[in-house]
Design a protein around this ligand. Structure first.
Ligand code: SAH
Ligand code: SF4
Length: 392
């Protein structure tokens, strides 16, 4: 699928009036939505595709925030844009930088809610870990975000905005006239921050359409990984409508243990989940699925677990990522010992899977996997609330 192919067809179904109540934020609109909004604001239909392309490049390729700087547009057209539109990102509340260079941003979105975004620099590349929800409806027992009640889904603009504000902070927008720089500070994006991305499917999909568009932020679908706890009905749709890499929070090799660690397992168990994955590589044209496995001392880390794990996933093109448990205050588990993790890894290695242990990053600023939780939203959910939200 090319990002702008279906533009004319889709645009016919979009609203022809701008919503009431102030300027429309351009950030996060898909190309089709932008085109429809430009028409609704008075752009002649026959010019709309070209205008949408020009605005798109200014916003997503050059990182421009002010319509006055869009110099290939006529002055009165820039004024029309300024009257009806805005280019706004979430606000950065705090930024912490770890000893290892990891950056954690606390950002504020409409309604005063806060989420976290983490940038992890690596040799020759850099990964941005973005959030898709404020909190999470799910209640994985080892995850800090899981103790925070869901406040709301992020909009597509708030998801795309996380990438844009980190590029601002890293000074990563191209200089006009300068030679093209192929090294990218944010070269990869993972949907592994706060929230379950597949419970916010449309916004995540639209955000990724914007991020993948070759005339803008231009991150290829191969450099985007969506991590899910296993929302089975949305997995085929992810392959077809996003086509990114998929990671599964697997974490256990029996339903008995997975029911406790990843309670969504009570709705879609290991067998159902694995069955839903078999077609993913073909449908999404991606190579392998990543199985994430958090190492919890005495809970899921025996040799028998390692052997069951490789047996369960055999037949699915996959890689395994062992994540040493990142502890958080009050966590009910401990990290497996390095010896145990090494022994577990060895069994996996001998079964044909390469270098699977993920190095924890940014632990000193509580930025590591599963530690994200916004400072203002510390309330623990009640059992009744969890049941109401998840139907589990
Ligand atoms: N909700 C999605 C994505 C966010 S969590 C999901 O569950 O997949 C990103 C990854 O971090 C998941 O694999 C999650 O299981 C893992 N994780 C959560 N808490 C963790 C912790 N305390 N230590 C290590 N990994 C953790
Ligand atoms: Fe939600 Fe993922 Fe944490 Fe589970 S691991 S509570 S699905 S964020």
């Amino acid at each position: 699928m090319t990002a702008n192919a279906p533009i004319i067809q889709d645009v016919m179904t979009l609203p022809r009036k701008l919503p009431e109540g102030g300027p429309v934020n351009i950030v996060g609109l898909t190309r089709e939505e932008l085109l429809a909004a430009l028409v609704a604001a008075g752009t002649p239909e026959r010019q709309a595709k070209m205008r949408a392309g020009q605005v798109w490049q200014w916003v997503y390729h050059w990182g421009v925030r002010d319509f006055a700087q869009m110099t290939n547009l006529a002055k009165d057209y820039r004024a029309l844009l300024a009257e009806h539109f805005a280019i706004v990102l979430p606000e950065v509340v705090t930024r912490q930088i770890s000893a290892d260079g990891t950056r954690k941003y606390l950002i504020r979105i409409a309604g005063g809610h806060e989420v976290e975004t983490v940038y992890i620099p690596e040799e020759g590349r850099g990964t941005l870990c973005v959030s898709s929800q404020v909190g999470c409806t799910l209640t994985c027992s080892f995850c800090h975000t899981g103790t925070q009640k869901l406040v709301r889904n992020l909009t597509a603009g708030e998801i795309v905005g996380q990438l844009m504000l980190v590029r601002d902070d890293l000074g990563e927008w191209p200089e006009r006239g300068a030679p093209k720089d192929e090294t990218r500070l944010v070269s990869n994006l993972v949907l592994m921050g706060m929230g379950e991305p597949l419970y916010n499917f449309e916004n995540v999909r639209n955000a990724m359409k914007v991020v993948m568009d070759g005339e803008g932020l231009s991150l290829s679908r191969r450099r985007i990984t969506l991590s899910t706890s296993g929302v089975v009905p949305e997995i085929a749709r992810t392959a077809e409508e996003i086509g990114c890499q998929l990671a599964i929070s697997f974490h256990a090799t029996t339903d008995e243990v997975r029911d406790i660690l990843v309670p969504i397992n009570k709705r879609w168990n290991i067998r159902t989940l694995l069955d839903s994955l078999r077609d993913y590589p073909r449908l999404s044209n991606s190579e392998r699925i990543t199985f994430e496995y958090v190492m919890l001392d005495g809970v899921n880390d025996t040799d028998a677990d390692a052997r069951r794990l490789v047996k369960l996933i055999s037949g699915i093109p996959s890689k395994i990522n062992l994540i040493p448990f990142n502890e958080w205050p009050g966590a009910p588990y401990r990290r497996s010992t390095p010896e145990r993790i090494a022994a577990f890894a060895d069994i996996i290695y001998k079964a044909g899977y390469a270098s699977p242990i993920r190095t924890p990053r940014g632990e000193d600023i509580m930025a590591a996997c599963g530690q994200l939780k916004s400072a203002t939203e510390r309330a623990r959910k009640s059992r009744a609330q969890i049941a109401a939200e998840t139907g589990l």
